[in-house]
Design a binder for this molecule. Structure first.
Ligand SMILES: [Zn+2]
Length: 83
């Protein structure tokens, strides 16, 4: 067995473990902090002048994870196809 096959045989289970971990994370905590406002829900200066709600998260400070969004889209497509 050459070095490439050894590296591939070690990498495949590692990728599977990483993917299963992300699926578990999306099931356990479907929301994450908004990157635009760092979870504060508003943008503007620190002193409070001209603060306005964040447009990305609509002022909530949280955003849905991409994996959870994909799961919702897939379940919506499946539901729409089986009416
Ligand atoms: Zn935000």
């Amino acid at each position: 067995m050459d070095a490439f096959r050894i590296a591939a045989s070690l990498l495949c289970p590692l990728l599977a473990i990483v993917n299963l971990g992300y699926v578990a994370l999306c099931a356990w905590r479907p929301f994450r902090r908004c990157r635009r406002c760092s979870g504060r829900g508003s943008l503007g200066s620190e002193r409070g002048l001209r603060r306005r709600p964040c447009h990305r998260c609509d002022g909530t400070g949280i955003r849905i994870r991409f994996g959870r969004h994909l799961f919702h889209e897939a379940s919506r497509i499946y539901r729409d196809g089986n009416r």
